[in-house]
Ligand binder design. Sequence first.
Ligand SMILES: [Zn+2]
Length: 312
Amino acid sequence: MGRFLVAGTIRTLALLFTWAVAAAPPFNSAVAQQRLNVVATTNIIADTARQIAGDDAAVTSLMGPGVDPHLYKASPGDLRLLSNAQTILYNGLHLEGRLSDALEKLKLRKPVVTISERIPPDRLRKPTPLAELYDPHIWFDVSIWILAAERIRDLLIERDPSHAPGYRERFDRYRGSLEELHTWCKDLAASVPAERRVLITAHDAFGYFGQAYGFEVRGIQGLSTDSEASLQDINFLINLIVTRKIPAVFAESSVSPKMVEALVEGARSRGHKLSIGGELYSDSLGAADSHAATYQEMVKRNLITITEALKR
Ligand SMILES: [Zn+2]
């Protein structure tokens, strides 16, 4: 009797196993390797590409949380990743200044696409009218970032047309979430009195943000962290902070806080109590547990930090 039961159980298990194998999706390493393999330079681009790609393409970011793209150099491991990628996404507008040689060489062998290439010049910002270079920090105007995301969608469809419906559907959802975010940003920014909307940060990363959401923006360093701030620049800012009674300045997660601390010291020595209003995510998303691990979370987290410090 017992033997029959055991035999019966084994038969049932065998049958279940057969069904399970038959019902399992055909997902194995061979299939995984067939997915389009995309490498992005910054984690902001990679997160956007992932939200559009879903499971249809594999997206890898060269730069992790807190990494400064202006100063980033490719390691031997990065060069391997780049040379194995089927397609590469980068910001362009000189953001990845020290990767440009490697990217130019790769362009001879595979699609290497700058996600800023289809943004109309009249939407791009120059720090001064006579400046030669455009500001690369396009992700801080959410309505401009939608255009960059569109370029990513089109590239995914071009390289992997069999998954076009999925790329389109996820992009439409992503665009919807960004349109909502853009409105949310405008509303929250407007809650800060106009005369208090002065945003001083470690480098000039927030120009698009200022234009879109109504802040006057000053960076201690220029568009790239590769540039040095002079004593004259620092003194100019301290003067501005003291005369306009600005309550807070902001550090950035991918830049050393040294210069921001110098402003605080300088203002205090002139009798003005200036605080560091918090750390903003400028050129990099935060780590997984930071509440700034996705593009949308990063934009929200920054604006909450800014408005809370400037309203005080
Ligand atoms: Zn920057």
